[in-house]
Design a binder for this molecule. Structure first.
Ligand SMILES: CSC[C@H]1O[C@H](OP(=O)(O)O)[C@H](O)[C@@H]1O
Ligand SMILES: Nc1ncnc2[nH]cnc12
Length: 292
């Protein structure tokens, strides 16, 4: 096996990955509650994957109800080294039509009803979100999507809205003026939490609709989104197969693996032991290095 264990967070329309071998089901609990569903760990060639359907199998959880802290914590417990999210997105740009894929590299977070951090309560950390996506994983994922037959835009800003309602037309126009390229309801705080957990994170978005800013296009409705997703899901599965084929045999360290060295500022003499223990693998590396 290689040193990679890739957590795959499957969004709307992606509730399973068939190509995994030696599959085991993981029923995990976290200090934040249960993740969205059981996790499935397996391998393709020499690469280990852990799959988690973000909304649960059967799509039971709304974007606000997705427990991103539990999901990222569970992926860390399952031994993931990196996390690739695959999401349905609306397009805010003419040149990103339905069917296109986008390797997102920036976010604007407009979510308001979500728990956004593992820290607080006796342990304080301030991670950088200047570059929220791991460039290495993002390039591999974009390349894999292209090999699976997708047209992939390299780079794009994702506006994370609370939902579950889609945007008003005024909001859609506003987000375009802000420079957002695509829109969705789930990548935040997921990307922030992955960074806090020292997990390199990338997001491949699959465009399903033009939201509601375009004059000559019907506004987004969920049935059109689901129809587009059905035709994208096979490509998304192909992406995972291609990723397994093109990842280098050995995973070298990423700077994101150790971000808490700078970011965690609570002096070890003042760290709350119960809090540190509850965070488990998220802080054991950095606290261990400090002699905690
Ligand atoms: C089914 S349309 C809206 C829904 O789809 C996206 O979910 P995900 O990012 O998990 O693929 C969007 O964010 C909304 O949750
Ligand atoms: N237009 C849209 N707005 C928000 N989330 C979406 N997911 C897919 N299409 C979307």
């Amino acid at each position: 096996m290689t040193g990679w264990t890739i957590g795959i967070i499957g969004g709307s329309g992606l509730y399973a990955i068939d190509a995994l071998h030696d599959v085991e089901t993981l029923v995990l609990d976290t200090p934040w509650g249960a993740p969205s569903d059981t996790l499935v760990r397996g391998r393709i060639g020499g690469v280990r994957f852990v799959f988690l359907p973000r909304h649960g199998r059967g799509h039971r959880l709304s974007p606000t109800e997705v427990n991103a802290r539990a999901n990222i914590h569970a992926l860390k417990l399952a031994g993931c080294t990196d996390v690739l999210a695959i999401s349905a997105i609306g397009s805010l740009r003419e040149e990103l039509p339905p069917g296109h894929f986008v390797a997102v590299d920036q976010f604007i977070d407009r979510t308001v009803h979500r728990d956004t951090s593992f820290f607080g309560g006796g342990l304080v950390a301030h991670v950088s979100m200047a570059d929220p996506v791991c460039p290495r994983l993002s390039v591999f994922a974009a390349e894999a999507a292209e090999r699976a037959g997708a047209s992939v835009a390299r780079g794009g800003t994702y506006l994370a809205m609370e939902g579950p309602q889609f945007s008003t037309r005024a909001e859609s126009h506003l987000y375009r003026q802000w420079g957002a390229d695509v829109i969705g309801m789930t990548a935040m705080p997921e990307a922030k939490l992955a960074r806090e957990a020292e997990l390199p994170y990338a997001l491949i978005g699959m465009v399903t609709d033009y939201d509601c800013w375009r004059e000559d296009e019907a506004h987004v409705e969920v049935d059109a989104v689901l129809a587009q997703l059905a035709s994208n899901a096979a490509t998304a599965r192909g992406l995972v197969n291609q990723l397994a084929a093109l990842l280098p045999a050995e995973r070298t360290a990423s700077p994101i693996d150790t971000v808490l060295d700078q970011a965690l500022i609570t002096h070890i003499a003042h760290v709350d032991r119960a809090k540190a223990e509850s965070l488990g693998p998220i802080v054991s590396r950095v606290l261990g290095a400090r002699g905690f």
